[in-house]
Design a protein around this ligand. Sequence first.
Ligand SMILES: [Zn+2]
Length: 464
Amino acid sequence: MKIKLLGAAGGEVTGSCYLVRTEKSAILIDCGMFQGGRDSEAKNLLPEGAKPDQVQAVLLTHGHLDHTGRVPLLIKHGFRGQIFSTIQTLQLAQIILQDSARLQEADAERQNRKHWEPGQPLMEPLYSPEHVEFMKELNQEVPFGEPIRITEDITARWIEAGHMLGSGSIELTVLEDGRKKVIAFSGDLGPLTMPLLRPFEHFHHADLVFMESTYGDRIHKSYDETVEEFERIVKEVSETGGKVLIPTFAIGRAQQLIYHMAEFYNTGRVKPFPVYLDSPMAIRATDVYRNHQDLLDEEFHMLKQKGAFPVDENYFITSESGESSKALNEVKGPCMILAGAGMCNGGRILHHLRHNLKDPNTHVVIVGFQSQGSLGRKLVEKAETVRIFGEEIPVKAKVHTLNGFSAHAGQNDLLEWFSHLAPSKPKVALVHGEDGPRVILSELIEKKFGIKPLLPEIGDLIEI
Ligand SMILES: [Zn+2]
């Protein structure tokens, strides 16, 4: 059996995709998009060696774009096999991929209008909303914990990965020459202390393990400290007025923040004020979380029993349309606005920042990673002015950076996840990490467990 790495290797964090070939089968584990600028996006081609009409199945670990973004492209090019995933992964992937399809269509249209010259081919989006929609026809829903037959010689089992709703690690069992071989894919793992989601579960035996290493070099700041800091900011606003602006990713972080606010309000820790969820995508994702509470953690269910949920609609207000978003300019504080994009490189948050950054009563709370050059990064680095829509805006607002809200496991949790597999002495390949973090994690695994991990590149073949 051979496994070819088609993304998220060689120091690359995006584009997760593996082609597993046995004597009788060819399947993909994840089929994600490369993200982060034009150079990465140029790699968004059909996975090499995986002919869409010959791949029998795609197995998804979770809904994020860097794990699902090339599935509609496969469909566009003739893939008609089955897509195995949890129902939550399918639903969240639909929200993310429909948004991505619309952005690509708008981008292609703009490029063609502005830069097209006679004789040149027109720029085409990678895929259209119909290709995303068609994923539903091919989807085979999988439960957690039970082995599912994928092809003649492959079965698979999903267990909780604690990274986003419905996220899983996948174990493949392949029957070859009368012998069973087991491969474990960690997928993206969440931190054990993250609220709302259940903690990740463990596999106990494998011949080969593909493990993520995003934060292989980092021990996260304690989650409790981060929530305490968040509570202090929210309390101050509740007492002194002003607006709290939070640039946030639509799925995961937004629901986590709503959860904490509901908890603060319902336990009387903070005097309630309105929280506006100003993002159609986040509103839809929140519905998916609401409809699948069986997958949420014990703490959530305890709070729910105490009456902390559902959240009070007088204080948690959704803003769907562009007009309702604009109307928030007139709202007086105290209030909180959650809006995308997470790195302030587009979206409704830009309008709110433009209107409110010059007000010293405004608080901007940064809760996620901000890449070099993004507007969010400039705010983190305490720029005195920032440019928004061509206008130079003075930053008088207070900017708070909270680093503890990560959705990826830190070093200790990664080692904990692997410690249950280590006794079976598997071959290990570290993926989904920049080279700094994955080399550090590799050295730790060697020291602690006496196993020297492989650090594969994109295009590498691993045979077992
Ligand atoms: Zn992810």
